[in-house]
Write a protein that binds this ligand. Structure first.
Ligand code: GZL
Length: 309
């Protein structure tokens, strides 16, 4: 009987695998695909049971997924909020159910900050500033001529779109010759980025000097539009972009993109570590920032082999 008892106890004591419900924005970009892969790979490596829901970039699908995770009594809910507003009600439901919440990638505007344990992601304002600083430097080195800038914004109402716009404008206002003459959302996708760039080119043609794209996918779509209009991307129109996905490095090596500001999607390991701490009641920082670099075209060929996404 003793032998049996001792054999049973360790089994009974083995930690039950953590169950995390994750609501992902969608699959709109190379960045998002890499972000999903990082989260799924880390869950597998950590023995975490991951319930994963893709919202196709619609907030109502994320709210539905979060409610379903609450009903399933998961240990922790994590999500990347497609837009900043509209989360108070469903996050209060999670709190009432005593299920902790972690934000990854994008932030939310909520009245009560206790509605989530931590936000793991990049500083998008700083990413916009980095794009602005590169362009200020480019302008200085190229005859300090007036530059007409068109801007492809990310998803309307999303933290990266709001913050990357703010950071860029904060920096370029130092040079009044740099002017954003058109700005419109391309929803972070190649297709929309191409469509909106076609419209910019139709209305402005050769008077466009610079494109500032809030992500590489929209920049890559715009590159196609620029070439179809008979212009040379990266030369006739200077292109500044953000994310640092492989497609951007390939475009830089082809001379069609001038710089990309890194925004790392590889948040999986930090999410799993923070989730375990939160569930065990250990303290976590309210804000976990990811460190990132800037990659101009002249380092693209050397850097590409090191890229993980
Ligand atoms: C940024 C992330 C953005 C990427 C886009 O952290 O939210 O969403 O920049 C992605 O590529 O679609």
């Amino acid at each position: 009987a003793l032998a049996l008892a001792s054999a049973v106890i360790p089994q009974a004591m083995a930690a039950k695998p953590l169950v995390i419900g994750f609501s992902q924005v969608g699959a709109e970009s190379e960045w998002r695909t890499a972000n999903t892969a990082s989260i799924k790979d880390s869950a597998k490596k950590e023995g975490v049971t991951l319930k994963f829901a893709d919202a196709q970039q619609r907030q109502e699908n994320q709210v539905k997924a979060i409610r379903s995770f609450i009903a399933q009594r998961v240990d922790l809910i994590a999500f990347s909020p497609v837009v900043e507003s509209g989360w108070d009600t469903v996050l209060r439901e999670a709190k009432a159910a005593k299920i902790p919440v972690i934000l990854t990638d994008r932030s939310v505007n909520v009245s009560d900050p206790s509605l989530y344990a931590t936000l793991i992601g990049s500083d998008f304002v700083e990413e916009g500033r980095k794009a602005g600083r590169w362009l200020l430097d480019y302008a200085k080195k190229n005859g300090d001529k007036p530059l007409n800038i068109v801007e492809l914004q990310g998803t309307v109402g999303s933290a990266p779109a709001i913050d990357r716009k703010a950071g860029f404008e904060e920096i370029i206002k130092a040079n009044p010759k740099l002017k954003v003459v058109r700005t419109q959302t391309g929803d972070f996708t190649r297709t929309k980025g191409k469509e909106v760039m076609e419209a910019f080119l139709k209305s402005m043609g050769k008077s466009i000097n610079v494109l500032y794209a809030h992500n590489d996918d929209m920049a890559i779509g715009a590159i196609q539009a620029i070439e179809e209009a008979g212009l040379k991307p990266g030369k006739d129109i200077i292109i500044v972009s953000i994310d640092g996905v492989k497609g951007a490095f390939q475009a830089m090596i082809a001379g069609k993109l001038n710089v990309t500001v890194e925004c790392s999607p590889l948040l999986g390991p930090q999410l799993m570590e923070a989730a375990r701490k939160v569930v065990e009641g250990k303290p976590v920082d309210k804000r976990i920032v990811v460190n990132e670099s800037v990659f101009p075209a002249d380092v693209a060929a050397k850097e590409l082999p090191n890229r993980k996404y």
